[in-house]
Design a protein around this ligand. Sequence first.
Ligand code: MV4
Length: 499
Amino acid sequence: MFNKVLVANRGEIAIRIMRACRELGVRSVAVYSDADRNALFAKYADEAYPIGESPPTKSYLNIERILDVARKAECEAIHPGYGFLAENAAFARACEQEGIVFIGPSSHSIEQMGSKIGSKNIMKRAGIPVIPGFDEPLESAQHARQVAEEIGYPVILKASAGGGGMGMQIVKDSSEIEGAFERAKSVAMSAFGDATIFMEKYLLEPRHIEFQVLGDLKGNIVHLNERECSIQRRHQKLIEETPSPLMTPELREEMGRVAKKVARRINYHNAGTVEFVYSRGNFYFLEMNTRIQVEHPITEMTTGIDIVKEQFKIAAGEPISFSQEDVHIHGHAIECRINAEDPLNDFRPTPSKIRRYRSPGGPGVRVESGVHMGYEIPPYYDSMISKLSVWGRTREEAISRMERALYEYVIVGVLTNIPFHKAVMRNERFRSGDYNTHFIEQWDFVPEVKEIIRAEKEKGDSLASAFGLEDKKLAAITTAVAAYSHSLIAGERQNRGQR
Ligand code: MV4
């Protein structure tokens, strides 16, 4: 096992990785930007080094600065977390060339899965079900029009260098195809520096099901079951759960087999996620994420496997210590991403200072967070405050436990999406398990969120209101003390004046 590992990330995932380090007896090294100089993760690490100014391009995306710290601190390995450089093949290659272990797959695997056209053609040739479409670059709007006629509307345009849905254009009929083609290309170029786009049949009522896989350096591959990730907004996941409400043992066995076939086809090692779209009884390979994912805790809660520690062990050359038969699902887990954003204002980010903070606890509750009381949420990075995950023996218990945990979550001073999560947990469609990726866009949630916020204020329907009450009393006392002391001072001045 490594002696010292550099964690090339920040916030909650940096702490999560450092927790695995601490349990494995591995020393952790943090790198932090100017905005994160007082952040919790930098304090948690055994060593912490500044790597530049707050904007990610000047810090967390600066490959040279990060490798420089790794050399100076004599780190044997680097864990990239997710986002930032986690799926950057050049970074993985730079680590390989430096003789520093990149805790993740080979740079070749990252490259292969980084091209959506490329990965789709690799999997198609391996007999893996892929979404019907035209899996070559679209040359012009005219070419797109002709291909769409062949595929049949609705179609979807996607960036080959993309992922996560950015720049996707759903096209309902031929009147929209030229505009959609131009928009898709310009977003692909601006977001990924590569304007290559392709086209697929748009699958109706899609559900986003992903399988966690682990591969070691000896070629062993296991999957750790699925996660349902269909509750997204503008391709930002908000709530994930496992097992998926749509899953049957037979379907899980079949999708799990295909997920392992995908990983094996590219000799994948370390943790990865095979994404599928499920639509009307069929599932299709979508893409493979070559990193640990935000939502990994719910898989850990239902399987008992520490995925981050497995990443360290695999990268250190150890074989996976369990077989597929050893992987069982126990109970049900749900994750809510707690973000500093305003659900009543189109989820716009609301970075500010946390004045009161108390995270929920009790049976079956796990909070991964990088914040603390008094923490100023910087505007430079994503708006995530924490991930609240709960476990229950059944889905119903997990939902009621999530409602209880959301009631307990105290974050005063920052507008968060907690009231939105409370509304989802009460939503009949969600509770039935019969939802798809259009769930949020098809639901007018604002009135329900407003009612929840009103009830919190008026009926104290959240622990935060108790703190708020205390704040009000505190404010009243402070005002009274201030008034009293002013009167004393005024009195003294008057006495002095009379003498
Ligand atoms: C699709 C799809 C339906 N049909 N492709 C691609 C990126 C991934 N994160 C989501 N993607 C999808 N690709 C075809 N041919 C549905 C999704 C999809 C989705 C699409 C629009 C809005 C939200 C979505 C959430 C999950 C999956």
